[in-house]
Design a protein around this ligand. Structure first.
Ligand SMILES: [Zn+2]
Length: 342
C-alpha cells in the first residue's frame, strides 16, 4: 500500500521549557529530543545582537517553529531585563493633547507641535483610498493590496511621532534622574477634535493615537530605563492658576486665559504642566493651596505677562538632543519646537 496512513504535518510550533533547551554560546542551542540532546546552530537576526549587547538575557523559554517549505527552523527567543526604578531627583511633567505635547523641565516649558491627529487622519484616508482602488481592481483579498498596505503601515510606524516624543522625554528624564508625571486619562471623553468626527472607528483610532498612545509609548520607554512614572488626576489642571489657585478664565475657546485673581495670562497647556508638577511635589494629588508653588515660581511670577508674552527660549537641553529634536521635522515643524519661558 502506497497510501500514507499518517497525517502530514505542515506547521509545527512548540514552546520549549527551560529544561528542554539550553543556549550553547550565542549562536547555537541544545534541544532535548527523544534521541538525546541535539545541537542546533542558528543565524541570529540583527535585533538579537541588539538585545544581547544591551545587557538583556534570554528567558527560560523559546518557541521553535518548523518551516517545512523552506526546510529550516525558526527559533523565537524571549529576552528579559531586570530594570529597577531609580529614586527620582526631580520631575518632568507632560501634558498630551491631540496636536501637541507639552513638557516642563527645570522650570522651562516646551511645546511640541505634533499634529498627531492630522497624521493619523492622513494615514487613515490613504489606507482607505488604497483599499478602494485595489478592491475594485483585484478583489477584496488581493495579495498586492495587502503588500502595499503593509508597506504603508511600516512607513507610518517608522515615522511615528509617538515614539519620537516618548524617546525624547524619557531620555531627558533619565539623564537627569527625574521621574515623569503624566495626567491620569481615565474615561474622560476625548477632546473636541475627536467629538466632531462621526466615524466611531476613526474617532477611537485618533483618540488612541493622540492621547493614550503617546502616554503608552512614554510609559513603555520609561519602563525600559527605570524612570518612575506618576499619574495625577486631571481635575482642574488647565483651569486653575498654579500661583494663585484661582480659576483661569478662557474665552471663546482660546488656549490663552486670564487668572481671575492675579490677572496674568496663562497658556492652557503650560498651566497644566505646572499644576501636574506641583501636585506631584505636594504628593497629595489634590489642589489645596500650598507654598510649594510659590517657591518654585519665585522670581518669575508672571507667566505670559505683559512684557514677556510668548517669549521663546532657545533649547538648553544639550546639543545632541537639539539635533534630534530638529530631525523630527518630518512630523513636527522645527520652528515651532521652542520653549515657552514663564
Ligand atoms: Zn494667578
Amino acid at each position: 500500500m502506497a497510501r500514507r496512513e499518517y497525517p502530514t504535518i505542515r506547521k509545527i510550533s512548540i514552546w520549549l521549557d527551560d529544561h528542554l533547551w539550553k543556549p550553547n554560546g550565542y549562536t547555537a542551542l541544545r534541544i532535548a529530543t527523544h534521541k538525546g540532546w541535539v545541537t542546533i546552530d542558528y543565524e541570529p537576526h540583527k535585533q538579537y545582537w541588539r538585545y544581547v549587547n544591551r545587557g538583556w538575557r534570554l528567558a527560560g523559554e523559546a518557541k521553535i517553529k518548523l518551516d517545512k517549505r523552506n526546510r529550516r527552523i525558526k527559533i523565537y527567543f524571549t529576552f528579559v531585563k531586570d530594570v529597577e526604578n531609580y529614586e527620582p531627583r526631580g520631575y518632568i511633567s507632560v501634558d498630551v493633547n491631540e496636536n501637541n505635547v507639552s513638557i516642563l523641565v527645570d522650570g522651562v516649558a516646551y511645546i511640541f507641535e505634533t499634529n498627531i491627529s492630522k497624521t493619523v487622519l492622513g494615514y487613515y484616508y490613504r489606507r482607505k483610498r488604497i483599499q478602494e482602488k485595489y478592491d475594485k481592481k483585484y478583489g477584496v483579498r488581493s495579495r498586492i493590496k495587502r503588500k502595499i498596505i503593509r508597506k504603508l503601515r511600516e512607513r507610518s510606524k517608522k515615522n511615528d511621532v509617538r515614539w519620537k516624543i516618548a524617546n525624547l522625554i524619557v531620555r531627558v528624564a533619565y539623564e537627569r534622574g527625574y521621574g515623569i508625571v503624566l495626567e491620569k486619562l481615565g474615561k474622560r471623553v476625548a477632546n473636541n477634535m475627536v467629538k466632531r468626527i462621526g466615524d466611531k472607528q476613526l474617532r477611537h483610532r485618533i483618540y488612541q493615537a493622540s492621547l493614550r498612545g503617546v502616554q503608552k509609548a512614554i510609559a513603555e520607554k520609561a519602563r525600559e530605563h527605570g524612570s518612575p512614572i506618576t499619574y495625577q488626576p486631571p481635575k482642574g489642571t488647565s483651569t486653575t492658576c498654579p500661583i494663585h489657585h484661582a480659576k483661569i478664565i478662557y474665552r471663546n475657546g482660546s488656549r490663552i486665559g486670564r487668572c481671575s485673581m492675579g490677572g496674568e495670562l496663562w497658556h492652557r497647556d503650560i498651566a497644566s504642566i505646572w499644576n501636574l508638577y506641583l501636585k506631584t511635589l505636594r504628593g497629595d494629588g489634590g489642589s489645596a493651596p500650598s507654598l510649594s508653588g510659590y517657591k518654585i515660581l519665585d522670581g518669575s511670577p508672571v507667566p505670559l505677562g505683559s512684557t514677556a508674552t510668548h517669549e521663546f527660549t532657545a533649547l538648553t537641553l544639550g546639543k545632541g538632543l537639539w539635533t534630534r529634536w530638529n530631525s523630527l521635522d518630518a512630523d513636527i515643524n522645527p520652528y515651532k519646537i521652542m520653549g515657552m519661558s514663564i
